[in-house]
Design a protein around this ligand. Structure first.
Ligand code: 2P0
Length: 340
């Protein structure tokens, strides 16, 4: 890790830095790792950063003290805290510091329920921790760092439309996200449909490892992925909702087909998830272009023209079992909010 942060980049240490990052939704998904410890994917993935669905991370360096982890106001220990501490240690070691850091994290949306809270969490932590330890990183280096915390976090460093390049190197130095387009390029409407606020039973990390190992469809997932990436990339650059939406739906259904055909099977959907899919089909039959995508959980994200998000969100809110609908669109870059 040290070689990515040469000595001359290590500046003076800020004691307390707050960073913020948006979650993201993948249109072509990351599902399967070629290296588990470095979060290196088999395939590329492509996402939109979600405006308004944010995690705020405050990193405080306290020499001579033990590290604390506070998640949404609760002092936390166990695997979740260990993962955050391990991540902060990567930055501490890169900075050559002996002082451990504490982290306080707050997300304004349901965490661990399939809205990529780990993406915004580790992207926000990356910008805050690098600044707190005085390590000056480019956006590419921040993306590589965020990826170490959670793969999807590599994409949340950038606002707008982002592609995570899988890379080939075994040390992950060529596996980072790049910006495809700024948020202003295409103000897509994105409705985030919450069907269940409870944490899911099988997280993405173990889910994708299980699917890669046991689903007979996994090889087909890998070989057909590049075409989806190419179509969605082109669709974004052309602002072509039909191409992006149809391909994103197809890619999402393949990811869930892989999960469903794992042994034992992984079913992330709830009855309300299917009710939302049917509502999307009805909207389309009625002439309103809307497309769904679903990550490793029961929530659904629906893409539409920004001018139609009001009609789309109202229809989705009426689907049986839906708890609430958040309105979003392409969000901004991860950034430092405050440093002291
Ligand atoms: C994605 N997901 O591309 C895919 C689609 C969920 C379904 O990235 O093990 O939390 O921390 O690298 O990033 C969620 O997986 O997994 C995810 P780790 P992560 O958004």
């Amino acid at each position: 890790m040290n070689h990515q942060f040469p000595d001359h980049l290590v500046k003076s240490v800020e004691r307390r830095v707050t960073g913020r990052a948006c979650s993201n939704v993948a249109l072509a998904k990351y599902w399967g790792k070629r290296d588990v410890s470095l979060n290196l994917p088999y395939t590329g993935s492509l996402s939109v950063t979600l405006d308004g669905l944010e995690t705020t991370a405050t990193v405080e360096i306290e020499s001579g003290k033990t590290s604390r982890t506070i998640l949404n106001g609760v002092l936390t220990s166990g695997p979740e805290a260990d993962r955050i501490r391990g991540f902060l240690d990567l930055v501490r070691l890169a900075a050559g510091s002996r002082s451990v850091a504490s982290a306080e994290l707050a997300s304004n949306f349901p965490v661990a329920a399939g809205i990529a809270s780990s993406a915004s969490t580790f992207a926000a932590l990356a910008v805050a921790a690098a600044a707190a330890y005085g390590v000056s990183l480019t956006a590419t280096q921040l993306s590589i760092l965020a990826r170490r915390g959670s793969g999807s976090a590599a994409r949340s460093i950038f606002g707008g439309y982002t592609e995570w390049l899988p890379g080939e190197a075994s040390d992950g130095t060529d596996s980072f996200a790049v910006r495809l387009a700024e948020p202003e390029h295409w103000r897509l409407g994105i409705a985030v449909v919450i069907t269940n606020e409870r944490p899911k039973s099988v997280g993405s990390r173990s889910g994708m490892a299980h699917a890669a190992k046991t689903s007979p469809f996994f090889p087909a997932w890998l070989t057909s992925h590049e075409d989806d990436l190419a179509d969605i990339r082109r669709g974004i650059l052309d602002r072509n909702l039909t191409l992006v939406g149809e391909t994103a739906e197809h890619n999402c259904l393949k990811m869930h087909a892989v999960s469903l055909t794992s042994r034992p099977a992984l079913l992330y959907w709830k009855p309300a998830t299917l009710a939302v899919i049917e509502t999307v089909y009805e909207l389309r039959a009625g002439g309103i272009e809307a497309y769904f995508t679903i990550d490793a959980g029961p929530q659904v994200k629906v893409l539409c023209a920004n001018e139609q998000i009001g009609i789309v969100a109202a229809a989705l809110a009426n689907a049986p079992g839906v708890k609430r609908v958040l309105r979003s669109g392409p969000g901004n870059d991860a950034h430092v909010v405050e440093a002291a």
